[in-house]
Design a protein around this ligand. Structure first.
Ligand SMILES: [Zn+2]
Length: 306
């Protein structure tokens, strides 16, 4: 079955998505969601649509028609060198809760030769259930991750670890250990992380990426953040207490140096020139050669109905 047919099948009935690799997983204990459940979840997003596919094309066109190539974030971090004349587009999709639109977009991108990065949120409904410090994953998650990868895209971790730990008392190290083992066991080459903007983190004035030692500022390193649960129990996490390296995570999306950044946060498309935070060279001699244009979209704002 070719990739296009696979995704059509996936969208027509995600729980029936079949490929050779996935079939073996179907016998496992993954959570099964009915098509009605998936449709009902997705229907909740319809009123949020702000942009359509032709606007997406318009956004990319000035770059793709001028010699830029769209590659995944992971591919970018693995480039041995970047020359001054290199032109690169890095498209990141923070999937959040709208996995169905993400898959549709991924298929459109595949047809158009664009490789992008899909960040799967572990606290989203499609991921599975979290109980007693562990996830029971859904078939939909496994199917989606493999479909995205088979379409040539990168699957990355949309990190909400601080919020999860502060709401549940879970140990971020244990969660990350389990989750990286899950994706790698599935055959997904997951090496990147991007911080999810959870409301609890915003209220506390922190960001999820600060759980990582490699991303925590000196002032925040080892700072204890505490939250009181509904039952009165206090739970806390320490910023910088987890090393990305220990889990095979090689980059945080905000580490990448960009010359231009287009992003749709809050359903408003904005552009920033030369955002300067967290610029890492990823082993290369310089961090600012070439022209690197970053995009961030959240599929929930995009209407891909035909
Ligand atoms: Zn997010």
């Amino acid at each position: 079955m070719n990739s296009s047919r696979k995704i059509e099948t996936a969208l027509a009935g995600l729980s029936n998505f079949i490929s050779k690799e996935i079939r073996s997983w179907r016998k496992s204990s993954f959570l099964q969601y009915s098509q009605i459940y998936i449709d009902n979840k997705t229907a909740l997003f319809e009123k949020k649509r702000k942009f359509n596919l032709s606007e997406y094309e318009t956004l990319l066109e000035p770059y793709l028609s001028n010699g830029y190539r769209a590659i995944s974030h992971l591919a970018y971090t693995r480039l041995p060198s970047i020359a001054n004349e290199d032109k690169i587009v890095l498209m990141r999709h923070d999937v959040d809760h709208d996995i169905v639109t993400a898959l549709k977009l991924a298929e459109w991108e595949r047809r158009n030769g664009i490789c992008t990065t899909y960040c799967l949120l572990h606290t989203a409904w499609y991921y599975g259930e979290f109980r007693n410090g562990r996830y029971r994953h859904s078939q939909l998650l496994a199917d989606s991750a493999l479909a995205l990868q088979e379409m040539g895209h990168e699957v990355s971790w949309h990190n909400n670890l601080i919020a999860l730990a502060l709401r549940s008392g879970a140990d971020p190290v244990e969660v990350l250990t389990d989750e990286m083992a899950f994706f790698r066991g599935l055959g997904v080459d997951l090496c990147g992380s991007s911080a999810h903007g959870d409301i609890l983190c915003r209220e506390l004035g922190i960001s999820n990426h600060q759980i990582f030692a490699e991303c925590s500022s000196k002032e925040n390193f080892n700072r204890e953040i505490t939250n009181t649960l509904d039952d009165g129990k206090a739970v806390s996490v320490r910023l910088g207490s987890v090393s990305m390296r220990d889990f095979g995570l090689t980059y945080e999306a905000y580490d990448i140096a960009l010359d231009t950044y287009h992003y749709d946060v809050g359903g408003h498309m904005r552009t920033k020139k030369k955002p300067t935070r967290y610029r890492h060279p990823f082993g290369r001699p310089t961090r600012t050669t070439g022209s690197v244009v970053g995009f961030l979209t959240h599929p929930v704002w995009w209407d891909l109905s035909e």
